[in-house]
Design a binder for this molecule. Structure first.
Ligand code: ADP
Length: 482
């Protein structure tokens, strides 16, 4: 089965969050399950630099009449065949893939990402005489116009299925409708039965409306986005399409996230040889200037600092965590007021709180390895990967019961400890009272060394790899190609 994955990010080349981890791991998992997977990516600088043995597949012109080249080549760091849109004027700029240095979205984002979908539909239509995708699988709003362009393409000899995965409904790709005429779509695409959304054009809605099938990244989130509270105005459409919507839980890339052979760690460890973990903790405490105390529970956060992530709750329970002898390390960047609030707390308690504003892949690995608890108190969380990295690295997740967090973490209640399913700490109401009780449960379990070790062992032995998700995607692809 030939599968084309379409996305704006791919680990390890371009990453702003979990999307990249998924699109970086899924192709290999699909190939292991028998697919022939290729990817289509924008020609961001790290992608162009990693692309080898390239040939020009086609010289094309954008719907707004800008010439560009579509290359096909081999992504060395992923050992993967990739189609790459080579148009430096659109993709090679300082900043993130989506924003400039001043954190302002690029004004022409609608063009930059519409082109990704437009090229995907050309590949679906047989642009590469040597490789015909049977499934085109696009990810998040950046790639969402794929399904719209495919829906308006001339009928094919073979049906090519379009699948659209929502990684986060909150980021919807809304643009002024005046730009619509530049995109080369038929005018009916911008209607209520299409990508029109309260007078704007919504790339997200295009993906949700035009794709043959919608997936999202956890079973619970698939239900949550059909509700008014979490639907961002798309819940009606999602309820209409409920029969073509499924939640498939993300996996963990065990090549990248594996404490037995993680190059970021000086002391490897696993569930059966946990001594390395204590050394990682002591080293982390020392490196961060925290009191080097093996018996002080060390809490870790690796996160975008946005309202979604519920970090104001951490600020509100911090005093209690410290009073009980806990420590905190945070790595993250984003909202300036959250950055300032955490910095302030660290300055007041340098022996117990260490805050690092920025993005650092290597340091993130050290945090999961060296901490006892990974905090993920998100207000909403489509899947969440950090709680799963916490499980793999024996840093028990403490999470709000929502989305993928609810699907992956079982609270250390007495009954779930007794039936050996508990693997972390869960709070059910999104408020400080509820979170602080979960924090107390973490301290209570930490004081019972044998039980703590048993839960850590169970967490680290959990099977979280991509094979389960890959099998579900392949079954879905097969069904759609019948
Ligand atoms: P989201 O996609 O909403 O940001 P996920 O939990 O799905 O949340 O994925 C986040 C990914 O980004 C994880 O791989 C996490 O380790 C990584 N990450 C987030 N912030 C940072 C940071 N400041 N430095 C390094 N990695 C980070």
């Amino acid at each position: 089965m030939n599968v084309l994955q379409v996305s704006a990010e791919i680990f390890p080349l371009v990453k702003t969050g979990g999307l990249a981890d998924v699109t970086g791991a899924l192709p290999a998992a699909l190939n292991a399950a028998g697919c022939d997977t290729r990817v289509l990516l924008p020609g961001f600088e790290p992608i162009m630099a990693d692309l080898h043995s390239t040939t020009v597949l086609a010289e094309l012109t954008t719907p707004w009449s800008e010439p560009f080249v579509l290359r096909v080549g081999h992504l060395a760091s992923l050992n993967l065949l990739a189609y790459v849109i080579d148009l430096p004027l659109l993709y090679q700029r300082p900043g993130t893939p989506y924003e400039d240095d001043q954190h302002q979205p690029f004004a022409d984002n609608y063009r930059r990402f519409a082109l990704l979908g437009w090229v995907a539909s050309r590949l679906a239509g047989g642009l590469d005489a040597n490789w015909q995708p049977q499934v085109v699988h696009s990810h998040d709003w950046h790639a969402a116009l794929t399904s719209a362009y495919m829906a308006f393409s001339p009928a094919q000899r073979v049906h090519v299925a379009s699948i659209y995965t929502v990684h986060n409904l909150a980021y919807d790709g809304l643009f002024a409708p005046r730009h619509f005429f530049e995109l080369g779509l038929q005018s009916s695409a911008l209607s209520v039965e299409g990508m029109e959304f309260h007078g704007q054009m919504s790339f997200m809605k295009a993906g949700l409306f035009f794709s043959d099938y919608i997936t999202t990244v956890s079973p619970r989130y698939a239900l949550e986005i059909q509700t008014h509270e979490q639907g961002y105005g798309m819940d009606g459409l999602l309820r209409l399409r409920a029969k073509e919507l499924v939640g498939i839980m993300n996996g963990v890339d065990e090549v990248v996230w594996n404490p037995t052979r993680d190059p970021a760690l000086v002391h490897p460890f696993d569930a059966h040889k946990p001594a390395g973990k204590s050394r990682c903790k002591a080293e982390l405490q020392q490196e961060l200037g925290l009191a080097v105390q093996s018996d002080a529970p060390l809490f870790g956060i690796v996160s975008r600092l946005t309202e979604q992530k519920g970090l104001h709750l951490v600020l509100s329970v911090l005093d209690e965590m410290l009073a009980r002898g806990g420590q905190l390390v945070l790595l993250g960047a984003g909202d300036a007021s959250l950055e300032a609030a955490f910095r302030e707390r660290a300055a007041a308690n340098p022996q117990a709180i260490s805050v690092h504003i920025g993005y650092d892949e290597n340091f993130a690995h050290k945090i999961f390895a060296g901490t006892d608890v990974t905090l993920v108190p998100s207000r909403f969380e489509p899947c969440g990967l950090t709680q799963m990295y916490g499980l793999k690295y024996g840093s028990l997740p403490l999470v709000h019961h929502v989305g993928g967090l609810a699907d992956t973490v079982v609270d250390c209640s007495l009954e779930d400890l007794a039936n050996e399913t508990a693997n972390g700490f869960v709070f059910y109401h999104f408020d400080s009272q509820s979170m602080v009780r979960a924090v107390r449960r973490a301290f209570a379990l930490y004081a019972r060394k044998a039980e703590w070790r048993a839960v850590c062992t169970r967490a680290m032995c959990q099977s979280l790899g991509w094979d389960t998700a890959a099998a579900q995607y392949v079954a879905l692809y097969r069904r759609l190609c019948l």
